[in-house]
Design a protein around this ligand. Sequence first.
Ligand code: SF4
Ligand code: SF4
Length: 703
Amino acid sequence: MCDDDALRVAPQTTESVDTLRKDWDFWMDLPNTSSDFIRVDDMDEKIGAMETMLLDKTVYQSMACGDGACTGCGEKTVLHLFTSTMTALMQPRVKKHLQELNDLIAGLEKRIREKLADTVDVSNLEAIQQSLGRHAAGDLKLSDLAKELDEGRAGSPLDQDWLKSMTRLIAKLKDLKWRYEEGPAKNGRSNLGFINSTGCSSVYGSSWPYNPYPFPWANHLFQDSPSVAMGIFEGHMCKMADGFKVLRMARAALEGEVNFGQMEKDLQYFNWNLFTDAEYLLCPPVCAVGGDGAMYDIGFQNLSRMLMAGRPIKVMVLDTQVYSNTGGQACTSGFIGQVSDMAPYGKAWKGKSEIRKEMSLIGAAHRSAFIFQGNTSNYTHLIEGFIDGINARRPALFNVYAVCQPEHGVPDDSSVSRSRMALESRAYPLFRFDPDAGKDWTECISLEGNPALDIDWPRYTLDYEEEDGTKQKLDLPMTFADFAVSEARFRKHFRVAPQDTWNDNMVMLADFMELSEEDREEKFPFIWTLDKHNHLMRVLVSEEIVRSTEERLDFWRTLKSLAGLTRKVDPEEIANRVRSETAQKLAQGLMSMLGGEGSVLNTLVAPTDAAPAKDSGNSAAFEPVWIDQSQCTSCDECVTINPKIFEYDGDKKAFVKDPKGGPFKDIVRAAEKCTGQCIHPGTPADPAEKDVEKLVKRAEKYN
Ligand code: SF4
Ligand code: SF4
C-alpha cells in the first residue's frame, strides 16, 4: 500500500535480525507519537482519519506478532485493526474515568476532614489562646488542640457508622484506581478480552504469555466461543457493576448526606442492563473470535443463540471461505466452483456446488444485532463499522473477508489487492445492518462503500499492447470471474483460448449472462485478460464459474433490493430530470459567455492551487469543494468515499468531478481523511441536508 515504493523486500540474515532487534528496542525507548500527528478529532463520532490511531504505540501494540501464521495471512490484519480500534476507543474513556476516581477520592477525603474538624469546639477563644501558650516552645498539632479544647466537655461525638462507610468507600475507590493503573498483572485493566474458537487465529496465537494478545484471552473448542463469551460476559459485568456501585455511592456522598444502608439495598440487583450509557462504554468488550468453519458451520447454533440473547458480545468471523486450519475442507461460506485441498477438483467433483451461505444476511434476520460485512481494502469502512458495532448496546457480528494464501492460492503480498478485487467484483460486497438506524430494512441496511452502486458490475480499464507495440485500452465489467481467474482455488475452471481459435461463438461473460438458455447454446463465455507480454487473452470460463458469477449477481441484486436501491425505472421521471439538467447547463453556459460567475467549468474543475469562484447559479452561498492537486498523494480516500464527486486524472491526481455528485457529508469525510490535507470542502449544495450545521462546523477546519 506504500505509495512511494519506499518499502523493499530484503533477505533475512542473522545480522538483519540483530539490526531489527536493536531498532525495535530503540523504537520502544522513544516516547509515544505526539497527538498532533494523530488526525482523529473524535473516535466515537468517526471524525478524522481513523487509521492514524495506529501511530499511538499503545494502540499499535494492542496486537503484536502472531508470526506462527502464514506469511501475509489476511486474518492478522483484520484482528490487528479490530483490537486497535477497541484500544483507541477505550483509552480516552479510561483516562477520563481515572480522573473522576482521583477527584472522588480527593473530594471524599476532604469531606472527612471537614467533618472531623466540625467535632472540635472552636468557639472558646480563651481556651485556644491557653493552648497556644502551652505549646509556645514547640509544635501544636490538631490532635493536641482538639484534645485540650474538648477536656471537661461533652464535645460532639463522631458518627462512627458514617466514618466507617466513608473510609470503606475511599478504600474501594483506591482499589479500583489501582486496578486501572497497575493491577495484579502490573499492566493495568485490559481494554478487551477474547474467547478464541480453535482455528488458525488460536493456533498462531499460541499459549499465554507467548501469544500476540496483550489482554485476557482464552481458547475453547471450535464451536463454543459465543457460548463461553456469554458466561464470561456475565461474570465480567458483575465485576464492572461492583465498581460502578462504588462510584455511584461516592458521587452521592459528595452531593450530600446519604443513607449508605438504603443505597446498598437499592443497588442489590444492579446489573449491566441498568448501566448508564457512559458506564456501558467503560466496559471492556468481550469478544468471540473464530473462522468461518467455527461460526458458519459447527458453532452456528451457538452464534445464533448468542445473537438472540441480547448480551452486547462482539463476534469476529474471519471469513476465509474454507476451513483453513484443518488443511482446507469446503465450508458453507465457499463460492460455487471453489476447490480446496481436501476437496480437490476431479471428474466427479468440480468444486463446491452449493451457493454461498450469507452469514451477514442470516445475522440480520435475527433483527437483534448490529451486523457488519467488510474487508481490509476499504479500511475506513472497516474501522468505522468496528466503532459502531463496538459501541452498540447490543450484540455485534463482524464478518470480515480474510485472504488465506495457501487455500486461495495467491501470493504472500497480495492480501490487500485480493481483498480489493473481492470487493470490486461483487464477490464480497460491503454491508451493514443497524437495527437502531430505522424501522424497516431499507433504513437499517447500508451498502455504502461498495463501488458503482447503480450498476451490476463496476467497470475497469484494461491497458494492453497490440502485437506492434501500440498501447490500447479496453473498458470492461469487473465480474466475479475476473476476480476468480487469478486465484488457484478456481484455476481449473479457466482455459486460455489461443488466438487462432477465436470465433464469433465466443461471447463475453457479462453479455453471455444476459442471453436466454436457448441463445446460450453453442456459445462459449470468456473474459479478457493479459498474457505476460501484456497482450490480450481470451480465457474461457467453465459452467461452474458462470453459475458462480450469476449467483454473485443475484446476491448483489438481493442486497440492493433489501436496501431499497432498486427502484423501478420511471421513463417520465428520467426525461424530466434530463430536461431540467440541460436547461440548467444551458443557462450557466450563457451566463459564462456573458462573463458571469456561474461558469460550468468553474463548478466542475477546480484550478490547481486556487479556490474556484463561487457558484451563484443556484445559491449565492454555495462554494464548491476544490482540491489543491499539488498536494494530492493519490491515497484513494476521496475516490473511494464517493467516486461521483472525486475522480483521478491521467496522472493519478484527484480532481472534483462533480461538486454536487453526492452529499456534503461525503465531501467533509473525504477532507478529514485526505492524507494530503488538500481537499477544501466549501459549503453544502443542499442546505437542508441532514446534520448540515454539524457538517459545516467540521468543514471549517479545512476551508
Ligand atoms: S492457513 Fe490461511 S488463515 Fe490460516 S494462518 Fe495460513 S493464511 Fe492465515
Ligand atoms: S485528494 Fe486527498 S484524499 Fe483524494 S486522493 Fe488526493 S490525497 Fe487522497
